[in-house]
Ligand binder design. Structure first.
Ligand code: NCD
Ligand code: ZN
Length: 415
């Protein structure tokens, strides 16, 4: 099998032939001969890796499940997604990790990693053997998974160090979160101010030496605190493309909250100059009914796994985001951070790619997307969608829909 076209190889676009064997890239040459050739017009890029999704299995499958979530991922050009543990029940024990793998494996159109939720009571060794990575909620968000007693958790530092896992931390210090009725996005923002993010990063600094990753950095002050910590970090598309002044009401309620324009600008600057490692969607679907239940009772979170790549490629198309930054933050860095042979068009790597035509943007419409939730905060914005997604050398998306059977695999615990 040979894929032919203008591909992003070793930092630039080159006309080449990519030979695929057993799902891996076997050779890259100017020309290659073979029976089965796929030729693409636009450009060929590595497929993306999303380090932060909530596919809601088990227990919350009215919002999403692995079939719909990975369908959305595949159509959005993502071939590996890392699923969060705030499910029902939460993914917090080795047994539940194993049950989860068994339950979702045959429904996954793309590869997946699984986070185990950490609390001060966690069986670290057992989780290290069953989960891909760890997630820690310093404050309560959706789901009942906040660390109760942080000082007790600090007592696990040696075990955590021995486990050597990637630890994604939701950095909001509960001491800075204010209760009270929220009626609008501004109220939600006021209840979870940027000082909570700063405080959360300071708490995380007490875990220095571990592989700490700051999930969804959202504020200018948070970025200042992040500098010099040596932590890796991610930004979400919603914090890049939206702010508290948008008119989406509870649909844009999310943790950490959408913030001010100056925060949004600071995030773009940090993203552009390399202070932020990756873009991850924090795809957190909730149903329309739940979001329309009144601002205060509406759950926080919004979908995004299918629109990350289209939104960013639209910036590339307009010349305001260098292609190298896109590939680094969406493909290369997340793969490197989790030791995956993905995210690059290079010999020995998984043959996971997307073909895109930068001349053909289209409007983002919830009706065209695949999350079960049926809405998107990016409705009407312009995006460049993949024309096709190639997963281990096979086309799994054609004309905006998935084809074939789910063949995604659990990436496992050795990461
Ligand atoms: C997440 C969700 O809905 O699962 N919501 C969110 O606002 N980000 C929970 C979370 O990870 O904070
Ligand atoms: Zn999340």
């Amino acid at each position: 099998m040979i894929i032919e076209g203008r591909a992003y190889v070793r930092g630039s676009l080159q006309d080449c032939c990519i030979g695929v064997e057993n799902g891996r890239i076997a050779e890259i040459k100017r020309t290659l001969k073979g029976d089965e050739k796929l030729r693409f017009g636009g450009i060929i890029l590595p497929a993306g890796i999303d380090l932060h999704v909530h596919f809601r299995e088990p227990g919350l499958t009215r919002k999403e499940d692995f079939l719909s979530g990975t369908t959305a991922a595949a159509c959005g050009g993502i071939t590996c997604a890392f699923d969060m543990p705030n499910t029902l029940p939460p993914a917090t024990t080795p047994e539940r990790m194993e049950e989860k793998v068994a339950a979702v494996e045959r429904k996954a159109f793309v590869d997946f990693g699984l986070y185990a939720g950490l609390t001060e009571e966690s069986d670290i060794d057992g989780l290290a053997e069953t989960a891909t990575a760890f997630k820690m909620y310093l404050a309560a968000s959706e789901g009942d998974l906040a660390v109760g007693d942080f000082s007790k958790l600090l007592g696990l530092k040696e075990e955590l160090s021995a486990a050597g896992k990637f630890i994604s931390i939701h950095c909001e210090d509960p001491g800075h979160i204010r209760d009270g009725e929220a009626k609008r996005l501004e109220d939600h923002l006021a209840s979870r101010p940027d000082s909570a993010e700063v405080g959360g990063i300071e708490m995380a600094e007490r875990l220095k030496g571990l592989r700490i990753h700051v999930a969804h950095i959202s504020s200018e002050r948070g970025l200042t605190s992040l500098a010099g910590t040596g932590f890796t970090s991610e930004v979400t598309p919603h914090h890049l493309f939206l702010n508290v002044n948008c008119d989406l009401g509870a649909f844009a309620k999310v943790n950490p909250p959408l913030r001010h324009k100056h925060d949004q600008n600071a995030l773009w600057r940090a993203f552009a100059d390399g202070r932020i490692d990756v873009v991850a969607s924090d795809h957190a679907p909730h149903t329309v009914d739940e979001k329309e239940a009144g601002f205060d009772s509406a759950p926080a979170g919004m979908p995004g796994v299918e629109t990350t790549i289209p939104l960013l490629l639209e910036r590339v198309r307009r010349g305001s985001l260098p292609l190298e930054r896109f590939v680094s933050t969406v493909c290369e860095r997340p793969a490197e951070m989790l030791s995956l042979k993905k995210g690059r068009i290079e010999v020995g790597y998984d043959a996971d790619m997307i073909a895109v035509d930068l001349k053909r943007p289209r409007r983002i419409r919830a009706d065209d997307l695949h999350s079960k939730c049926g809405w998107t905060p990016f409705e009407g914005m312009s995006g460049v969608f993949p024309q096709t997604t190639i997963f281990r050398g096979e086309q799994i998306v054609r004309d905006g829909t998935v084809i074939g059977k789910p063949s995604g695999r659990y990436v496992g615990a050795k990461h």
